[in-house]
Design a protein around this ligand. Structure first.
Ligand code: MCN
Ligand code: SMO
Length: 777
């Protein structure tokens, strides 16, 4: 095997520099004359703006919506049925719709000066009724978040047919409501933007911490009415994105507009409080589910309603539609059943806009369906894993089209479950449960299985109403004069290790060791077009493009070597960065030297095709590849305090061909840590007027090292028949299952007390409430 090729546990090439503090994030960029920007943000959740007064003498350093009449509002199109878009002005116009919405921007020589200026701006606001929950948003007499709408819904449609005829034949009917709390994404590095005007290139240059550099160029071009060629977007090191950085943020447009108008350099660096209050939110789902099953626990059908609290605006380009639409489409999970109906609702509220976050809809979906499976198991009196096993799609059914037309490509879902049950040692857990040491400590074990679609094609994005997002990818491979390799890809590195793994793919195909491969990402002027890193698409899509580009380059190297050695191209094989012919061999360095530096060595007549190749790639089918996993967890619940400790955590996952199993494990553990946050700790809270109550990290609780247990991982490998090298995505998977598995485990622990909990986070407060209400009954 190639030591740095596909499947090797290569250390991440990114890490040494980052660990030594040599990262170059947006806030590390220094440009002479650069000015800092601070935003005046709304103190009210819903209010009419009656007037704004700039501080005397500072009129040229304070900007409001009125100064930006040449800037278009952010509007996200979608072709989903019933979808309504919203107009999000870069600085609020006429009305504010959430606490933290930017009203004015102020410029200073440094941030402190800009913030002082913010203090001096006077805003006259007339407070309006704030809509702060799904329930209040959907009341017919509710105030309107967008006044010209006749209700508050971004989305309101239904998929599937009424399954109520199953009432006659179902042995059990289980009804539940579930709720997942609102979250913020909290990448370690917040959002940051520096923009300047490049006189030489006659171009706006914007450095931004983003997952989607090329998309940001499109978005800026639309809002600023500037040709794409006049905009260059650079993403330097990005300290985590997790979805937060896959949308066009109003601040991005604002800072770019300043640079464009004043032909000078401006920056804005989000601080943690801004992130917690004004940054996009995520996750807030509510479910009503009625499940029909037979007496073995086999699902016959599901009747569901899902509502997602979208907040005030529809984000560009992913819209206010995809989360709820995807929730409706993914709720059936990895299970086989025939009848399904889902009402899909996306109410607007006076909260920050909703943005995709690691797992996109599936953490909520997995929580809801996996709780439902456990509820059915309880009803039919079987172990929850057995009921799961009854219902999982089987290998012999693959490829399998499920009830919402998801095309599961390959895998062995029951095996992942079975292995997870073994890893967690269920019989030992059951023993331990009987003889738990302290009376107030209850042990529970829980499981969750899911599938994760990755590498979605154009048709899939179009079905989510997103015509702008293509399902293909491009990369180039260029040999250097000394036999090294340069790979350029439009995908963005955001911490997921893609620089390393794209290098591994190129190394596999070219036999060039990874130390001699440079992977260049994150600059619209230096890389081919890509919509970027989201939806766990990078490894399959950019990996496929790099594979294609590398193999086209190898063909060229073979032709050149054959010409130079006077043999046929078919006789050439490559190994160890050399082209071997029947009568000898030439190193790639010699080939590079000949083509770039000594054309006199080229075969008579020369070769003009060069040593650079572009690969365009899309998987064989638009439905892409489905990875999957089962998470198994053991918890201890303290019934006096409501505190939950995770005692053991095991995962059996399958992402097809792992390009780098060590990175796959890191991805899975990182995602799981975030999922533990969803399950137990994280919650954005508001009071009745829409004032955020969790505006510091002392109030918004993130899991730390002490809350994340040792996580054991086993890999299954079922190659995707549809993708290059059989790769499937893995970036989001870890975050999908923890809420389902952990809340199932908590319920397993407290079931004997007659209690049940169906909300996240399962905070001590909520657990005690559940225990109390069981006691009261
Ligand atoms: N990989 C692999 N073999 C596979 C699949 C993946 O070795 N079969 C490795 C690759 O290094 C790849 C990484 O795992 O870069 C994640 O792969 P993939 O699933 O293709 O996801 P993307 O590269 O498209 O990354 C985006 C994805 C998403 S959508 C979120 S959200 C997320 C995630 O990755 N955000 C992250 N992981 C993150 N990890 C870090 N550190 N920071 C983020 O912001
Ligand atoms: S939330 Mo990931 O950027 O799809």
């Amino acid at each position: 095997m190639n030591k740095s090729g596909i499947g090797a546990r290569v250390r991440r090439v990114e890490d040494k520099r980052l660990l030594l503090g040599k990262g170059r994030y947006v806030s590390d960029i220094r440009i002479p004359g650069m000015k800092d920007v601070a935003f005046l943000r709304s103190p009210l959740a819903h209010a009419r703006i009656k007037g704004i007064t700039k501080p005397a003498g500072a009129e040229d350093r304070v900007f409001t919506c009125e100064d930006m009449t040449d800037v278009k509002a952010i509007r996200a199109d979608s072709s989903l049925p019933s979808y309504r878009d919203s107009e999000q002005w870069v600085l609020a116009k006429d009305k504010v719709r959430f606490v933290g919405e930017a009203i004015a921007m102020c410029i200073g020589a440094h941030r402190a000066e800009a913030e002082d200026l913010v203090e001096g701006v006077e805003v006259d606001l007339e407070e309006l009724e704030a809509i702060t929950s799904i329930e209040s948003s959907m009341r017919t007499d509710a105030a309107r978040v967008h006044e010209h709408w006749d209700d508050n819904l971004f989305l309101n449609f239904q998929v599937g047919e009424d399954p109520s005829e199953l009432e006659r034949i179902a042995d059990v009917i289980v009804e539940r409501e579930y709720s997942m709390a609102r979250q913020v994404m909290n990448p370690m590095e917040g959002k940051g933007i520096v923009a300047h005007w490049d006189e030489k290139e006659d171009q706006l240059v914007i450095y931004t911490s983003t997952q989607v550099a090329h998309l940001i160029r499109t978005g800026l071009s639309e809002c600023l009415d500037l040709p794409q060629g006049k905009i260059r977007v650079i993403a330097p090191d990005v300290g985590g994105g997790f979805g937060y950085k896959c949308i066009l943020q109003p601040e991005e447009v604002a800072i770019a507009w300043l640079a464009l108008n004043h032909k000078a350099t401006y920056r804005w660096i989000e601080d943690r409080r801004e992130h917690l209050v004004a940054g996009a939110n995520t996750r807030e789902h509510r479910y009503k589910i009625k499940a029909y099953a037979d007496k073995r626990g086999r699902l016959l059908g599901l009747d569901a309603e899902v509502a997602v609290d979208i907040g005030a605006y529809s984000v560009w380009p992913f819209t206010a539609g995809i989360e709820a639409a995807q929730a409706g489409g993914n709720l059936p999970g990895p299970y086989k059943f025939d009848h399904y109906r889902c009402k899909i609702l996306a109410p607007a509220t006076n909260k920050p806009p909703f943005c995709p976050y690691r797992g996109v809809a599936r953490p909520g979906v997995c929580f809801a369906i996996e709780r439902t499976i456990d509820a059915i198991a309880k009803e039919v009196g079987r172990e929850a894993w057995e009921v799961r096993a009854e219902n999982l799609v089987r290998t012999e059914d693959m490829p399998y089209d499920n009830v919402t037309n998801k095309h599961f490509d390959s895998g062995n879902y029951p095996e992942s479950l079975k292995k997870a049950v073994e890893m967690i040692d269920l019989p030992a857990c059951r023993e331990r449960q009987k003889f738990s040491g302290q009376k107030n400590v209850r042990i529970g074990v829980g499981f969750a299985t899911f599938t994760e679609q990755s590498a979605h094609g154009t048709k899939v994005f179009a079905a989510w109403g997103l015509p702008l997002v293509p399902g293909y990818e491009t990369a180039t491979a260029r040999l250097t004069a000394d036999g090294g390799l340069e790979i350029r890809a439009g995908i963005n590195g955001i911490g997921q290790g893609i620089q390393t793994t794209l290098g591994q793919v190129a190394s596999e195909l070219t036999t060039i060791p990874i130390e001699r491969i440079k992977v260049i990402l994150g600059d619209t002027s230096a890389t081919p077009y890509s919509t970027g890193a989201y939806a766990s698409r990078g490894m399959v899509m950019a990996g496929g493009a790099v594979s294609k580009a590398s193999s086209l380059l190898v063909d060229k190297l073979k032709r050149l070597a054959a010409g130079m050695m006077g043999c046929s191209e078919q006789d050439i094989t490559i190994a160890d960065a050399r082209a071997h012919g029947p009568q000898g061999s030439l190193g790639f360095d010699e080939l590079g030297d000949a083509w770039f530096l000594h054309p006199n060595k080229l075969p008579v007549g020369g070769l003009i095709e060069g040593l650079e190749a572009t690969g365009y790639y899309k998987p064989k089918v638009d439905s892409g590849a489905f990875s999957y996993a089962t998470h198994a967890v053991v918890v201890a619940v303290d019934t006096d305090t409501g505190k939950v400790d995770i005692l053991d955590y095991a995962i059996v996952e399958d992402c097809g061909q792992a390009v780098n199993p060590m990175i796959v494990e890191g991805q899975t553990i990182g995602g799981t840590a975030q999922g533990i946050g969803t399950a137990l700790y994280e919650e954005v809270r508001y009071n009745a007027k829409g004032q955020p109550l969790t505006s510091t990290l002392a109030d918004y609780i993130l899991p730390g090292a002490t809350e994340v247990p040792k996580i054991r991982i086993e890999h299954l490998v079922h190659l995707s028949p549809y993708t290059a090298h059989g790769i499937k995505g893995i970036g989001e998977g870890g975050a999908i299952a923890p809420a389902g598995a952990i809340i199932n485990a908590i319920n397993d622990a407290i079931a004997s007390l007659g209690a049940e909990i169906n909300e996240t986070p399962a905070s001590p407060e909520r657990i005690l409430r559940a225990l109390k209400s069981a006691e009261d009954q």
